[in-house]
Design a protein around this ligand. Sequence first.
Ligand SMILES: NC(=O)c1ccc[n+]([C@@H]2O[C@H](COP(=O)([O-])OP(=O)(O)OC[C@H]3O[C@@H](n4cnc5c(N)ncnc54)[C@H](OP(=O)(O)O)[C@@H]3O)[C@@H](O)[C@H]2O)c1
Length: 272
Amino acid sequence: MKYETVHGISIPKIGFGTWTIGGGSNANPKLDSVSLAALHSALEVGYAHFDTAEAYAAGHAEELIGRALRETNTKRENVFITTKVSPEHLQYEQVLRSCENSLRRLNMDYIDLYLIHWPRISMKLEESFRALNKLVRDGKVKHLGVSNFNMKLLQQSQSLSETPILTDQVPYSIQDLSYVRNGVLEYCQQNDILLTAYSPVEKGRLKVNQTLQSVAEDHGATPYQIALAWLVAQPRVITIPMSLNTQHIRENFESAHVELTSHESKSLSELW
Ligand SMILES: NC(=O)c1ccc[n+]([C@@H]2O[C@H](COP(=O)([O-])OP(=O)(O)OC[C@H]3O[C@@H](n4cnc5c(N)ncnc54)[C@H](OP(=O)(O)O)[C@@H]3O)[C@@H](O)[C@H]2O)c1
């Protein structure tokens, strides 16, 4: 795996997303066996960054990650866990409580990276960061970040955080350049902030045109692997594709090693 290093912290270029692991907006225990199989398969392949949220399967995704790590005897220090506080829990006491609940469900005593999941018009960022900074000081959270934040909110977060904002997690794929167009990618690259690309393969609905197909054929790779390779070839960009399919889980992980030429990267950037 390739890594991106910011502020002395190395994070794998490709991690594992967990939206739909264990359910959707609610927990669905019927999905436990398929979800656990995917997590086991990801750990076996070598994924070391897992992205989750208190909102995923109403907390059950966090429980299943904790369980998969226990079942595989994975040492805590060998994985990097990102989780998120929901927009409806951004008041001081709520942030502290959400973090405690995530820690209990994950069965861990610290979270590597804790993000505000979405901004909310009524939120008081200063109050949220008072709680987030306390969590870092207390050792419950190692690093802070945000998600779905535009440039203004990202800069505001930087000024309120006592430690560097490690990431802005946003939608980014070969087909979705909105955070390139709004300047956030360039700002992250210039300010040592990771841009974590979510929905990197368009939730499984990647459009495959002739250019993408032909680059894939030239590399003996799938178009999905090329879409991921294109993302992680970019400085400061990491990504977290999700899959329940063992073959896709492996292919996604291996896509970090597909080396695109600068000509290929450029023509893929201009596809849509
Ligand atoms: N911060 C936020 O607001 C936010 C929002 C959305 C997502 N996220 C995070 O980002 C992660 C990834 O985003 P996402 O789950 O929305 O979308 P995604 O990773 O772009 O797509 C997941 C879908 O793509 C399919 N897929 C994955 N790899 C494939 C491959 N190699 N070939 C063919 N199909 C493939 C999967 O189906 P199979 O199971 O059949 O492989 C799955 O249905 C989430 O799980 C979550 O952790 C964060």
